[in-house]
Write a protein that binds this ligand. Structure first.
Ligand code: PMM
Length: 305
């Protein structure tokens, strides 16, 4: 069993938040498009992310940046499979970022141990069957439509309640399709049919999402809302390469809220951040235990008096 599966099956309350490093084998992803299109460069980058502290590496062959068109199945397979195979052979826990059942199936055969589907199984009706048969963890992201149209779908009454309800509906449908509940991880899908304001509300409402009873994965890394937050006086968002400190700050927020895993491009800072958050949570638990023990002792003494 991989570390990732063990962490999902045996979630000790003391366990720290995991860090998933991103390898986009694409020419056009918003933050690292074109950098890792060559398989050897992608594998070397994945290994570097592990050396920086990644618990798993997410390999994707299709950009989901706003407005992006789809790649063909053959092209996605061509991009992803050699990288998944080589990283898995090197002992890396690999996740495949795909909306296609055929890609998921081939990546699992090549050694991937988790399927990360930004459509939560909605884009391909065969995805649930593949994941159910494989028995691997499945990240179900909140999704309302493909990248070409998603910005027009960012309408919510109450974004936290609506995302929670739509995720709960997906979980029920996926369990109905044969996936075991223990396989399922949820993700609010920051930036996918969400405005910047929606993303901030979701970050403030992580407790509601952990309340779904499934581990939560969060992908805030380098996204537009961070670039806009940090914009200078002329309002121009800071470039993606200057959003890593803000990303690490979102990692602290996530880990403090009990998020299971963060998906990030710059692993080192988040690997440090999750350890800081875990140390604070451990100290808080020790304080609470000491307080409870003192309360019990006081109660016993009062009872004896
Ligand atoms: N974001 C992107 C791609 N895949 N997967 C999950 N589970 N959650 C996300 O938020 C997410 C994702 C887009 O970012 P990228 O282009 O940098 O990969």
């Amino acid at each position: 069993m991989s570390t990732v599966q063990a962490s999902l099956r045996n979630r000790a309350p003391t366990a720290r938040c995991l860090v998933m490093g991103v390898v986009n084998v694409t020419p056009d992803s918003f933050s690292d498009g074109g950098l890792w299109l060559d398989p050897a460069a992608a594998v070397a980058h994945g290994l570097r992310l592990v050396a920086d502290g990644a618990d798993l590496v997410d390999v994707g062959g299709e950009s989901t940046r706003p407005g992006a068109d789809r790649v063909t199945l053959d092209e996605e397979l061509r991009r992803v499979l050699p990288v998944v195979g080589e990283l898995a052979a090197a002992g890396v826990a690999v996740s495949v970022d795909t909306m296609r059942a055929r890609v998921a199936e081939a990546a699992l055969a090549a050694g991937a141990c988790l399927v990360n589907d930004v459509s939560g199984g909605l884009a391909d009706p065969d995805m649930a069957g593949v994941v159910a048969a494989a028995g691997v963890p499945f990240v179900v992201m909140h999704w309302r439509g493909h990248s070409a149209v998603m910005d027009g779908l960012a309408e919510y009454q109450d974004v936290v309640a609506d995302v929670r309800r739509e995720l709960a509906d997906r979980l029920a449908a996926l369990v109905g399709a044969g996936i075991a509940e223990e396989q399922l991880v949820v993700d609010p899908g920051l930036g996918f049919a969400k405005t910047a304001a929606h993303n901030w509300e979701l970050l403030a409402g992580l407790d509601d999402l952990t309340g779904l009873g499934r581990p939560v994965l969060l992908g805030a890394s380098r996204k537009r809302f961070l670039g806009s937050l940090l914009a200078g006086p002329d309002g121009t968002p800071v470039p993606t390469g200057e959003r890593d400190a803000a990303t690490a700050a979102t990692t602290v927020v996530a880990a403090t809220a009990g998020v299971w895993c963060v998906r990030v491009h710059d692993v080192k800072a988040s690997a440090d951040a999750v350890r800081v958050a875990a140390a604070v949570r451990a100290a808080a638990r020790r304080d609470a235990a000491a307080g409870a023990a003192a309360g019990t002792a006081a109660g016993t003494a009062a009872g004896a008096a």
